[in-house]
Ligand binder design. Structure first.
Ligand code: GDP
Length: 424
């Protein structure tokens, strides 16, 4: 028995889905433990190219059971759309290989509205929300005012709770934002329509996972976004509203305290960031446009152009530390092949002083990157499968990263397709 978490070291979009898709064959169960459909993993394999938002990337692997844990926020309509897309592409999705926690919170249409209303109110001070209702639903969860997936199996109970909750929610929608109230019957109809389709997938996944672990099954935990977006340890308030760190993997899966045998931290060979907030190594203009185009850096859920910049050792070292990464997977090395020299950030200047430790969020706006240039390799590396066959400059790029951040790189990804990977 062994378990493993695949987590993001930076802002997200590092290629976690690609890594989960690669190694699921070695696991019996894949669990997504936090987040909602506000970001996506792109996976390319024999079923084609798929953008997954909620469903674990293990769904393509025959025999693997995929779980959406209690820590996940489920938009019923989005999830049903995702299932339909997969089924239409020939992927098997049944209650045998997809199980949804009865304790996962439902993202309601009024959560999406609340998200939009708040971003509108914030105007130029907005947090860069994807407006998928994620901050409102997690806030409601802490106020004990969400509907759990398991309530779909107890509709009278759900109806009564929703009535009370909506009464409270409408006080805010109307009173605070001056917007039109959410209509109970409309919300209920939405819940009934999509709830009926999803109810067969809902079960006590915590019990399923406890039994699986006791039976010696291997479990892979899949995270959404990265360490810098973690609600507690990320760049607050430009974080997401859930815990993206590996420490939350067992909590968001409803599993008792226990260890993680491996934590694979996924790092992109350069930095990208979607949305607002400090991004110290950001590039602008033509330089940024070139990298964005080369890397296809547009959000899987939103299509938004991602902000791009140099690999940031300061942020990455912090990500490794807060994730407790036991090893790293570096992705998108192939994308850097066009550069003569590759800039990396070795430290920050904060108040005129060089710092190596990731600063408190209040100091980040004024942090300036200290940049060092590393030699590029200027050739196509996408066909390479052995580390020793990479050009020396590419090997050195990886070795410098592991030395700077204090964690071994055990995978180097040189393409989006499943087999474009170097194992070290
Ligand atoms: P995730 O949310 O961490 O899974 O990341 P995303 O799926 O949002 O973004 C990663 C993107 O990079 C996806 O489009 C992947 O198909 C792609 N990708 C992953 N690894 C590689 C790689 O090594 N090379 C290239 N060219 N693309 C990659």
């Amino acid at each position: 028995m062994s378990n493993c978490a695949i987590v993001g070291i930076n802002w997200g979009d590092e290629g976690k889905g690609r890594m989960v898709d690669l190694i699921t064959k070695d696991f019996d169960v894949v669990v997504r433990y936090q987040g909602g459909s506000n970001a996506g993993h792109t996976v390319i394999n024999e079923y084609g190219k798929h953008a997954l938002h909620l469903i674990p990337s293990g769904i393509f692997t025959a025999g693997a059971v995929n779980v959406l844990g209690n820590g996940v926020a489920v938009n019923l309509k989005s999830l049903w759309g995702e299932i339909e897309n997969l089924v239409n592409s020939g992927v098997k999705v049944t209650p045998e290989n997809l199980k949804i926690s009865d304790r996962a919170s439902i993202v309601m249409p009024y959560h999406v509205r609340m998200d939009e209303l708040e971003e509108l109110r914030l105007k130029d001070k907005k947090y860069g929300s994807t407006k998928q209702g994620i901050a409102p639903v997690y806030s409601d969860k802490y106020q004990k005012k969400t509907i759990m997936m398991g309530e779909l199996l107890h509709m009278d109970y759900l109806r009564a709770r929703l009535k009370d909750i909506l009464e409270w929610k409408n006080l805010i929608i109307e009173g605070v934002y001056g917007a039109e109230k959410s209509d109970f019957d409309e919300v209920m109809e939405w819940v009934e329509t999509y709830g009926a389709k999803l109810a067969p997938f809902v079960c006590d996944t915590a019990a399923f996972l406890r039994d699986a672990e006791a039976a010696g099954k291997s479990i892979l935990f899949e995270a959404q976004l990265g360490a810098l977006r973690d609600l507690d340890m990320g760049i607050y308030p430009y974080s997401t509203s859930s815990n993206t760190t590996a420490g939350y993997a067992r909590v968001g899966s409803g599993m008792p305290a226990g260890s993680l045998d491996r934590v694979i931290g996924v790092v992109k060979a350069y930095s990208t960031c979607v949305g607002e907030g400090p991004f110290t190594t950001e590039w602008f203009g033509e330089e940024a446009e070139k990298l964005r185009e080369a890397g296809g850096e547009y959000g899987a859920s939103t299509g938004r152009p991602r902000r791009v910049g140099a690999l940031d050792y300061v942020a990455t070292r912090y990500g490794v530390q807060v994730q407790g990464a036991t090893e790293l997977a570096v992705t998108k090395m192939d994308i850097l092949s066009y550069l003569d020299e590759i800039p990396v950030c070795t430290g920050y200047l904060v108040d005129g002083k060089e710092v190596k430790d990731f600063p408190f969020p209040a100091l980040l706006n004024d942090a300036k990157p200290i940049i060092k240039m590393l030699p590029g390799w200027k050739c196509d590396i996408s066909g390479v499968r052995e580390f020793s066959e990479l050009p020396k400059a590419a090997q050195d790029y990886v070795i410098a990263l592991e030395e700077e951040v204090g964690c071994r790189v055990s995978y180097v990804s040189v393409g989006a397709e499943r087999d474009r990977i170097i194992l070290r």
